[in-house]
Write a protein that binds this ligand. Structure first.
Ligand SMILES: [Zn+2]
Length: 234
């Protein structure tokens, strides 16, 4: 019913029950930082699992389409938000509404700067001040952090850890209203892949946020995958 109402090509597949124990996460090969060790938050693009599930994540917070919130609730599709305060602060209430509907709000920095180009103090402000703002506005301190553009260095991970971050999920594919962009050479989904998309609309894209969801859900469902809740696994 909901799939038809929202114009989806097929009914989304239901994910399996969350695991009793979360998988052990490690940093993806080639994504390590100099001087890093296993005590730093792991950086990964795929969550270890043998289930045909993927995770949806939405970044930044520029477009605040009320239809998106309704659509995702009615379709019962989980997703996680990674917020950058400079785009969110004109309407904290929109993301409160998302949170009330079950979306976990993660950290995507204050101003979306290129972190490896910043001093230690500037990175601390970008990451840890955003931790404080999200906690003040939404009552929960993020555990998950995604650096802008996926760029980070050793300072980034050490600072993130110091203010409460336990994991750094990047992405294996990016969704747009009219296409996918893949990280892996096989241009395909894999169990546990994290999919990135953005709170964007027709100003930046060839379509709205619901158009983007229709497109990415067709890809996911056609390939036999279900969308699971990232925070159940990470
Ligand atoms: Zn971003």
């Amino acid at each position: 019913m909901a799939a038809k109402k929202w114009g989806l090509a097929g009914t989304p597949l239901a994910p399996p029950a969350p695991p009793a124990v979360k998988p052990h996460l490690t940093t993806r090969k080639g994504f390590e930082v100099e001087g890093g060790d296993a005590s730093l938050p792991p950086v990964f693009t795929t969550v270890p699992t043998d289930k045909k599930i993927v995770f949806l994540t939405m970044d930044d917070g520029d477009d605040k389409d009320p239809e998106l919130l309704k659509m995702m609730s009615e379709l019962n599709i989980p997703y996680s938000a990674f917020l950058s305060d400079y785009l969110v602060r004109d309407d904290y209430a929109y993301f409160k509404e998302a949170q009330v509907r079950g979306v976990v709000l993660g950290n995507h920095t204050l101003n979306h700067r290129y972190l490896p180009g910043l001093s230690h103090d500037e990175q601390t402000r970008e990451i840890c001040d955003q931790q404080d703002i999200i906690e003040q506005q939404y009552g929960e301190r993020p555990r998950l952090f995604r650096p802008p553009y996926g760029n980070y260095n050793g300072d980034t991970l050490r600072i993130a850890k110091s203010c409460g971050i336990t994991a750094v999920p990047l992405w294996a594919a990016e969704a747009f209203p009219d296409r996918m962009e893949w990280r892996e050479e096989d241009q395909d989904l894999h169990p546990g892949d994290i999919i990135l998309t953005h709170f964007r609309g027709k100003k930046d894209w060839k379509g709205s946020m619901p158009d983007m969801i229709r497109n990415v859900m067709k890809v996911i469902t056609d390939k036999g995958y279900a969308v699971a809740r990232l925070e159940d696994y990470v």
